[in-house]
Design a protein around this ligand. Structure first.
Ligand SMILES: [Zn+2]
Length: 520
């Protein structure tokens, strides 16, 4: 995210000198220069986790176990007033540490029950607890704040996409990548620090709230209703969502016994084209989970579902854990494929999250590949057809081949090749190692990295371990070289059958349309 990178880069040099919007100090803050150097044997937690693309995303010195977010949203003013309690454990001796928090006005902040000193420097919230924190000990941070949550603009080549905590005509939608959580709660905002979440969201009576995990409570008192959502499975911060508005809620159970919770804006259901096609796609979620489970192993979470809002400028879908958020623009055509994509992210993106944003192809390549798997299940075309189609269709000198998928441009992290060339990389791997090894790699990746994160280097190492082959040449050509890889796939056919070309072309037209709307 260019905007956020720029803002954050500009502030690193002047942690103290900045004219902070709020400064409540009982002790002077140390300068940026002693980040990591420390005072005695106590140090300042790093202002970032060390992500090359987003140097100030996340923070060092602690590991969050749980976020408890209790807030009230007023759709009339878009004001979100909340208290977030963060339960963390120190991983270093700390006299100071950062949280990511971008915007909003803090009224109080306490660490381990004692008021703490703090300052705001760009998107960094610098916290100085009254008592130093020893490595291994518990840190409980309680922050109370209010304001209109900040929105974010995700750069997409020459355009941008509205993301974050977005006000809608009847409430709000919360979704975005890579570091939007900091817009509505103080957070260690990087996928490396997963945590469990509880949301207690109060809205005007008549409105609903949908979030990740399970609805465990709903209480109406006077003119307001509080919804309690419990998401116990460790989750990357950008995947946290609360979606406020009028919802048509459907609860069911898949054939395999997985609880389904879907929420659709009733306005969409009155549309004679959109309503039935959205409903038809959502009705297939159990079948899609089944197909993907056969490929990738057991679905990694205890619930599933969808959130589809009637929001005119929501141009994307996001794999918000257990309950993806979908743009209405992905219907009436191709919606099943988008659901296959977001559900595939539950394995590749959510359960196995990114260790660094540079490796985004691990998310989008696999999710695109899942759409091709679904295409095969539907009898349309196979992943090999898709591979052959793009290999033949995209001219050798097209900019598509210049894009280095393993190191995408900062301002085009979600460029088209991350999806298509990412998916083709997996098919090239499959052709090299054979079906048995390929599916073993797919499943073992989830088993070994599940619950945490993974890197491209780890993925390559696993592929080599499982296949017993040296694969540097293949991954160098497909991920790290800005030119068209040679056609070395031993199983590639000389030509795609005309009917299959037509089916891939249809998918490609829908894919291109989706990317013209936004991303997913
Ligand atoms: Zn995706």
């Amino acid at each position: 995210m260019t905007r956020s990178t720029r803002t954050r880069a500009a502030v690193t040099a002047s942690v103290v000198a900045a004219t902070t919007t709020a400064l409540t100090l009982s002790a002077p803050l140390a300068s940026a220069h002693d980040h990591g150097r420390g005072r005695g044997h106590f140090t300042a937690g790093a202002p970032g986790v060390g992500d090359r693309y987003y140097p100030l995303a996340g923070n060092g010195g602690y590991d969050v176990r749980h976020y408890d977010i209790t807030g009230t949203y007023d759709p009339a003013t878009d004001v979100w007033s909340a208290t977030t309690v963060i339960s963390a454990r120190a991983t270093a001796n700390l006299y100071r540490f950062d949280l990511d928090f971008d915007g909003m006005t803090i009224s109080s902040l306490a660490v381990n029950g004692k008021p703490a000193a703090w300052s705001r420097v760009g998107a960094e919230l610098v916290v100085v607890p009254k008592h130093k924190v020893k490595a291994g000990s518990a840190i409980t941070i309680r922050a109370t704040y209010t304001g209109v949550p900040k929105e974010f603009l995700l750069p997409l080549g020459d355009t941008t996409l509205r993301t974050g905590f977005m006000a809608t005509d009847d409430g709000a939608t919360v979704a975005g990548q890579p570091d939007v959580a900091a817009g509505w709660f103080p957070v260690n905002d990087h996928p490396r620090d997963k945590a469990a979440y509880d949301f207690h969201v109060t809205v005007p009576r008549g409105l609903g709230v949908v979030a990740n995990g399970f609805l465990v409570g709903q209480h109406t008192q006077g003119s307001a209703t509080r919804f309690d959502w419990h998401a116990p499975e460790p989750m990357a911060s950008y995947l946290a969502t609360i979606d406020i508005g009028q919802w048509d809620v459907r609860q069911s159970t898949t054939l395999s016994g997985l609880p389904v919770y879907d929420a659709v804006d009733p306005d969409l259901l009155t549309d004679p084209t959109l309503g039935p096609s959205i409903n038809a796609s959502l009705a297939r979620q159990g079948e899609i989970v089944g197909v993907l489970s056969s490929a990738f192993g057991k679905y990694p979470f205890a619930t599933v579902g969808a959130i589809v809002d009637d929001q005119d400028d929501l141009g994307f879908a996001l794999e918000t854990q257990t309950r993806p958020v979908y743009s209405k623009y992905f219907w009436p055509d191709g919606g099943d494929s988008v659901i296959a994509h977001e559900l595939a992210h539950q394995w590749y993106g959510d359960y196995v999250a990114l260790e660094q944003w540079q490796d985004i192809w691990l998310n989008e390549g696999w999710a695109t590949y899942a759409e091709w798997i679904w295409g095969e299940h539907e009898g349309f075309f196979t992943p090999q057809d898709a591979f052959d189609f793009y290999y033949a269709e995209i001219p050798d000198d097209d900019a598509f081949w210049d894009f280095v998928v393993g190191e995408p441009p900062h301002d085009d992290l979600f460029g088209n090749p991350v999806y298509i060339r990412g998916g083709m990389t997996l098919q090239a791997l499959r052709n090299r190692v054979g079906d048995d090894a390929f599916w073993q790699i797919a499943r073992q990746w989830v088993q070994e990295q599940g619950g945490g994160t993974g890197t491209t280097a780890q993925f390559i190492a696993l592929a080599e371990r499982v296949s017993g082959q040296q694969l540097d040449d293949l991954f160098d050509a497909w991920l790290f070289t800005g030119s068209k890889p040679a056609a070395t796939s031993p199983l590639a056919r000389s030509a795609v059958a005309p009917k299959d070309i037509a089916a891939v072309r249809t998918w490609d037209e829908q894919f291109t349309k989706r990317l013209s709307v936004g991303r997913y």
